[in-house]
Design a binder for this molecule. Structure first.
Ligand SMILES: Cc1cc2nc3c(=O)[nH]c(=O)nc-3n(C[C@H](O)[C@H](O)[C@H](O)COP(=O)(O)OP(=O)(O)OC[C@H]3O[C@@H](n4cnc5c(N)ncnc54)[C@H](O)[C@@H]3O)c2cc1C
Length: 401
């Protein structure tokens, strides 16, 4: 274990899980991550290994075959995995959000049907809110479901589905005006549909097309796709929770735990960047001594390590708050905001420490430099986090004059 980012008060079981995951990351992920990333190759062997470790069911209750662990355990595992390769944590993340939404909001039949196979990693989840014309403004969704007998007919285009191709279950948020009179607030006329499909690309189910992978600057290996619904028929019992009009709240609940998870990813990537920077700084000599002996570089290392520590502490605090049953939107927003900004800064400092070599694809920091920006956007941009934080602060500190 490294000196940085320690977590006090973990149980023996949590420590054992983390040490197993860390061992897996050091042995199976770090040695191959950069090569696979450069080839934009899906890390099938790594995913099989994670399945064997039970990570796809980490937070799914034991009664459904999962490990029933807390959000904190999950977030600490994500931190370790992202330290190895951020894309791998992306493969787990959407699955985890969908499983969480099912656990919290699904009908008993939906839980029985999906959760045991999700715990085994046999069904893998993706979630879809964003559309070509919107991401932050979820209430502007235009994809639509219309009731037709015992089914709904879905039409519209979705954008930016992480694991859109490799998943077999997509939680899709659409507008469903049925039962909701005109003038209903937009977020009260949205519904989450549980859409089962074949993994792969092309027409994966009648009326449902996953066109192909979006070519990205980083976060490679994991597929990110569009999703096109053209007369897609979904039975009424695949409305999450069995009742329409609750989709917005269900998704926001899922994204809130997702934010802790993005914070954890930022922590993991920042830790790795620090490790790479502090190692390189002791190997590279300029002006007759290792660059680590120049005070300017030592100051950089000091700043980087401080940011790693601060982000980790906030992420752990947000996870613990949720685990205690309390509302954690303020803490999760702060943790996501701070960890992603610090991650970008720590990665940039490690990049600068590498001098010209940081620009070479031979060095791992080049990959991290292309990966860190995704954390500034995914699960809500910095501006959206600040809106959430600001609103909550005004609720807490209401003027009493
Ligand atoms: C690699 C990747 C994977 C993704 N995976 C998924 C996924 O699995 N599922 C999914 O549903 N989505 C996913 N997304 C989409 C992601 O959630 C959105 O990109 C993100 O929410 C931002 O939305 P946008 O891109 O439409 O930007 P916009 O909402 O158009 O925002 C553009 C800019 O304006 C700012 N802005 C917007 N509104 C305001 C405001 N009110 N005040 C101040 N500033 C504002 C934003 O912060 C941003 O800087 C993914 C995105 C990426 C890049």
């Amino acid at each position: 274990m490294s000196r940085l980012a320690q977590t006090a008060g973990l149980t023996d079981i949590q420590q054992e899980i983390l040490s197993t995951v860390r061992g897996f990351v050091d042995k199976e992920i770090i040695p191959v991550a950069t090569e696979l990333e450069h080839r934009d190759e899906y890390p099938q062997r790594i995913v099989d290994g994670l399945k064997e470790l039970g990570l796809f069911g980490l937070m799914i209750p034991e009664e459904y075959g999962g490990l029933g662990e807390s959000l904190l355990t999950y977030a600490l595992c994500v931190e370790e995995i992202a330290r190895g390769w951020m894309s791998v944590s992306g493969i787990i993340n959407t699955h985890f959000i969908v499983a969480y939404m099912l656990k919290q909001h699904g009908t008993q039949e939906q839980k029985d049907h999906f959760l045991p196979r999700m715990a085994a990693g046999d069904i893998r989840g993706a979630f879809s809110m964003s559309e070509p014309a919107l991401g932050s403004d979820v209430s502007a969704i235009t994809s639509k479901a219309v009731k037709d007998g015992e089914e709904y007919v879905l039409n519209g285009q979705k954008m930016w589905l992480t694991n859109g191709g490799t998943s077999s279950l997509v939680a899709v948020l659409v507008r469903s005006d049925e039962g909701h009179p005109e003038g209903t607030a937009p977020h009260k006329s949205m519904t989450t549909f549980l859409v089962e499909k074949e993994p792969g690309f092309g027409e994966v189910r009648p009326g449902l097309t996953i066109p192909g992978k979006i070519d990205k600057m980083g976060y490679k290996g994991v597929d990110t796709t569009e999703l096109i619904m053209d007369g897609l028929r979904i039975p009424a019992d695949r409305v999450l929770g069995g009742v329409t009009g609750r989709g917005f709240y269900q998704m926001m609940d899922g994204v809130e735990v997702g934010r802790v998870n993005v914070a954890a990813r930022g922590c993991g990537v920042a830790q790795r960047a620090f490790e790479l920077g502090v190692q390189y700084a002791q190997q590279r000599h300029t002006f007759g001594k290792p660059i680590a002996q120049h005070q300017a570089i030592q100051f950089k290392l000091a700043e980087m390590a401080t940011k790693v520590e601060a982000a980790h502490a906030m992420m752990v605090n947000a996870a613990r708050k949720k685990d205690s049953g309390e509302r954690n939107d303020l803490e999760a927003g702060m943790a996501k905001y701070l960890a992603s900004e610090y991650c970008k800064e720590v990665v940039e400092d490690a990049f600068r420490i590498h001098g010209g070599y940081g620009f070479s694809k031979e060095y791992e920091i080049e990959r991290l430099y292309r990966e860190a920006p995704m954390l500034l956007i995914g699960e809500g941009t910095a501006e959206i986090q600040k809106m959430i934080i600001g609103r909550r602060l005004l609720e807490e500190y209401r003027f009493q004059g």
